[in-house]
Design a protein around this ligand. Structure first.
Ligand SMILES: Nc1ncnc2c1ncn2[C@@H]1O[C@H](COP(=O)(O)OP(=O)(O)OP(=O)(O)O)[C@@H](O)[C@H]1O
Ligand SMILES: CC(C)(CO)[C@@H](O)C(=O)NCCC(=O)O
Ligand SMILES: [Mn+2]
Length: 871
């Protein structure tokens, strides 16, 4: 490595490539050309670009995982796009990860830890970032301008080099759509010095909807009778559909493909009508207030119902029940009353029903006109409001006699802004699939609706103070929650909405409802999945009951976790503060999910556990179990030589059984399981391991060992390579998985150890594996030789369970592969039902009674050895 001009810091060569050549080849691309001084790498021709020229390692030579600075990385991957509508301004902006100065020691380690290092194979930071969603009232445009200005979003964010150097680019161009892109162009120029590049509103709506439906896993859902159900959209069967954007006014668009659409209709009776009329008639000061009123309303005091006309009877011959609205506001003609004689609650509900129903009906008519079965509703009028969605769904269902389906989008109001964002060609984000985006729910929305409702993103201190403030006040930090199910009464009527809590959650914490989208370009579909399209990692969906159970488990475990986390950071006062803040933030998420398990999209157990890890990271705990892991690694490494000797003295068949038994027994070391943690207090690691081993009785709950053994013993068809996905540190990896890996190696099988890049509880990470392997290799010739020859490879898998990283792509496909998944997180909560293109072995000890019952009708400490050969 050449010396850096700035001093002692080493540099990485300028021709560093984003993927190694073997990978590039296997993806059918020529390896990237080297030795250009100002290489601008483009990962796939459509991914965000990264300028690696002048890249320099930040830190000392001794550092194992130094941060790499990219001084010439321009701000072309930090972007802002706007949709300035008649009522609201929507912002979508991208920030690269860790929007933090690199000088700060703690934050430096953050960055470092977020980088994936995989031995010598890769040594660059993973390019990633976040898509944020924020909205303001158009009437408060100034607040929006202040927000952009304070975060310097128009100049690529406060982190961008142009901002730091103080350089003032002459002509910053921001993509904008909606009428305001025309109306306010001069104001933007004047106030921020930026030019708005106008993108067509309908183009943007369609692009945004197509992107969401393609790239976000559970974006669309139905909402009927208070029940929300996520819909998995088949990419190959998306078009045609009808898109109804309910903003101030309503646009109805028939979408036939990407960029292929026609605005077939619209209506001027829309969100602006509800809010405008509502404001005049009720004197409400905000949209939310009006919506909240509707919740306590009874529209039968205002609407003329069929029963009012028919003397309490249904008009069943034409399918109308007595409670069907015959004429919205019709009752007010005869009452001889003034406006002030009506309850504002009732007025609001009548209005909401009139407008929602009308929109549903017009949408249905257009769907009918073009023979479309699916209608997606977007726009901020919907506001995630259960009653609105139910009314629209009811209308569509009623009029189409169940033929057409109304669906809603989680990012409802951001279609146009997202579309404008996608129109920056250099993003190439349209090429992203669901695997590149991970939705996260940070605690503390920065600005919503023009008011400061939380700490600025990324400012830890303020985030903590914010949590503390809320705790003091005893205020629950929870996000908007749609109200309870409105009941229908037979053929066409609705009862008044029944509300759970009688308030509609305000917009204040709406950022919790739509998470920040984390863009992780390094994530790819695991190529050995039998059917990546239908792959669903989660084995168990968290419905209400299931969630309640896990809520208790996770809440009970929280004090212990906080204690470990605080200890992992030296137990300082600062760490304690962060620990408390973490506990409150995570509890708030749990409370939110208790009210509505689907609040954050379709949520499985793996997502819930990942949320906890993400929350820890948010308060800068990166490895809560670090010291426990170290202790357990050392204790296990000390007895490894004896174990290996014992194994070596056995014949092949006994050894195979002992190895699998060993893996299952050692999988007992899991700090997420209360029962196991209680066990740990009763003996040393080795004692527990021995006890666990002694106790296991075959047949196991699932016991395919004999088939596995026969396959292993087939000499004419040896495996070429085994991908072994490892779970926990300590005995689990050292006494369980390493001996198994060693068995493969001694049989001439190449082994790839796959570990998480970031830990979940006491996971061993890809960073830590090489050291453990090196330590183990001191006592074992097989491991040593393999590690030296590179036959033992370590690969990282992203922090999300169930999203395994590619197999090393240099292997031709005909190679006989075996995939081994170990542990509950990898082979029970997720992947239990997943099918692969290669032989798969799923090994785990079940360390939770409910899971054992639910999955296998079994008991805690049952063992699973599931072998699935591809026949
Ligand atoms: N906080 C809010 N303030 C005002 N209106 C809100 C709010 N939240 C939801 N709404 C509803 O959403 C509507 C605006 O939705 P949206 O932002 O999609 O439309 P727009 O882009 O402003 O309008 P258009 O596309 O017709 O120009 C409002 O008319 C109102 O009915
Ligand atoms: C004018 C737009 C497109 C502005 O977003 C929207 O408000 C709208 O579709 N209004 C309805 C106009 C109509 O078709 O009757
Ligand atoms: Mn709009």
């Amino acid at each position: 490595m050449a010396a850096n001009n700035s001093g002692s810091e080493p540099r990485i060569p300028e021709d560093v490539t984003l993927e190694d050549e073997a990978e590039a080849e296997a993806k059918g691309k020529a390896p990237a050309a080297s030795s250009s001084a100002t290489t601008t790498m483009n990962r796939s021709g459509s991914r965000p670009q990264l300028d690696l020229s002048g890249a320099a390692i930040h830190g000392t030579l001794e550092d194992r995982n130094p941060t790499i600075l990219l001084p010439n990385q321009s701000d072309d991957i930090s972007h802002l796009a706007l949709d300035i509508g008649g009522s609201l301004i929507k912002l979508v902006y991208f920030s690269r990860h860790a929007d933090q100065p690199t000088e700060d020691k703690r934050k430096l380690s953050t960055k470092r830890r977020l980088e994936i290092f995989t031995g010598a194979r890769r040594s660059y930071p993973v390019l990633g970032g976040r898509l944020h969603f924020v909205k303001f009232e158009t009437g408060k445009l100034n607040e929006c301008l202040d927000f952009i200005s304070s975060k310097q979003l128009h100049r690529g964010g406060v982190d961008s080099p142009s901002w730091r150097s103080g350089a003032q680019p002459d002509n910053i161009v921001i993509k904008a759509t909606g009428g305001g892109a025309f109306k306010y162009a001069d104001l933007f120029k004047e106030r921020l010095g930026v030019s708005l590049e106008k993108e067509d509103e309908m183009d943007c709506l369609v692009a945004g909807a197509n992107f969401l439906l393609k790239a976000i896993r559970h974006e669309a859902f139905t909402h009927m009778d208070g029940q929300k159900e996520y819909v998995q959209i088949d990419q190959n069967d998306l078009f045609p559909y009808l898109l109804v954007n309910v903003g101030s006014g309503v646009s109805i668009i028939k979408v036939d493909g990407h960029g292929k659409f026609q605005r077939v209709s619209g209506t001027n009776v829309g969100g602006g009508t509800y809010w405008g009329l509502g404001r005049l008639m009720t004197e409400c000061k905000s949209f939310d207030e009006l919506l909240e009123l509707s919740q306590r309303g009874d529209n039968s005091t205002i609407d003329m119902l069929v029963g009012d006309i028919y003397g309490g009877l249904d008009y069943s011959k034409i399918g109308l029940s007595a409670s069907t609205i015959a004429s919205s506001f019709g009752k007010t003609i005869s009452d001889n009353k003034e406006l002030s004689d009506y309850r504002p609650e009732d007025i609001s509900l009548s209005l909401l029903r009139m407008i929602s129903y009308n929109i549903g009906q017009i949408s249905y008519l257009n769907a009918l006109r073009y023979g479309l079965k699916r209608i997606f509703f977007g726009g901020f009028f919907i506001r995630g409001h259960a009653y609105t969605m139910d009314t629209i769904s009811f209308a569509v269902h009623f009029w189409s006699k169940g033929e057409a389906k109304a669906m809603f989008l989680r990012h409802e109001g951001f279609l146009g802004a997202l579309g404008a964002f996608m129109s920056y060609e250099k993003h190439g984000l349209d090429d992203l699939s669901a695997h590149h985006l991970v939705e996260r729910f940070p605690m503390g929305a920065p600005y919503v609706g023009g008011k400061i409702h939380g700490p600025p993103l990324g400012d830890l201190n303020e985030k903590i103070s914010w949590m503390e403030k809320f705790v003091q006040k005893g205020t629950q930090i929870t996000a908007p929650v749609p109200m309870g199910a409105p009941a229908t009464t037979g053929m066409g009527g609705f009862e008044r909405p029944t509300s759970k809590g009688d308030i509609l959650r305000s917009d204040a914490s709406a950022a919790l409802n739509v998470g920040v989208l984390h863009l992780v370009p390094s994530l790819d579909v695991f190529p050995l999945l039998e059917d990546p399209k239908t792959y669903e990692p989660n084995t168990i969906d968290l419905d209400h009951d299931e969630f309640k159970y896990w809520f208790t488990i996770l809440s009970d475990h929280l004090p212990d976790l906080v204690e470990k986390a605080v200890a992992s950071e030296g137990g300082t006062d600062d760490a304690k503060r962060r620990g408390d803040a973490f506990a409150h933030a995570f509890s708030a998420h749990l409370a939110r999910l208790t009210e509505e398990p689907a609040a954050y999209g379709k949520f499985g157990l793996a997502n819930l556990l990942e949320l906890r890890e993400e929350c820890l990271r948010e308060f800068q705990f990166f490895d809560a179990y670090v010291s426990i892991k170290q202790r357990e690694n050392e204790a296990s490494l000390a007895v490894l030589p004896d174990l290996l000797m014992e194994l070596d003295s056995m014949d092949e068949e006994d050894r195979l059984l002992a190895l699998i038994e060993g893996v299952l027994a050692a999988n007992i070391f899991d700090w997420g399981s209360k029962a196991c943690v209680d066990l740990y207090n009763q003996g040393t690691i080795i004692e527990i391991y021995r006890m666990s081993r002694k106790k296991m009785q075959r047949p196991w709950r699932i016991d395919d060992f004999d088939t596995f053994k026969s396959r292993m013993l087939k000499k004419d068809q040896p495996y070429k390579r085994a991908l072994i996905s490892v779970d926990n540190a300590g005995a689990d990896v050292v006494l369980g998985m390493l001996p198994l890996a060693r068995e493969f190696l001694r049989r001439g099988v190449e082994v790839v150890l796959v570990a998480n890049s970031l830990p979940a509880l006491n996971d061993i990470t890809a960073n830590e594996l090489p050291e453990i392997v090196a330590e183990a290799a001191k006592h074992c010739g097989i491991l040593r030789k393999a590690a030296e020859a590179g036959g033992l490879i370590v690969d990282a898998m992203a922090g999300i369970q169930g999203d395994t990283k590619d197999e090393p792509a240099s292997v031709p496909l005909m190679v006989v592969m075996q995939l081994i998944l170990e542990g509950m997180g990898r082979s029970l909560h997720t992947n239990l039902n997943a099918r692969f293109k290669c032989d798969a072995l799923k090994l785990a000890m079940v360390k939770n009674q409910r899971l054992a019952e639910k999955l296998f009708n079994g008991n805690i400490y049952d063992c699973i050895c599931k072998f699935e050969p591809v026949s």
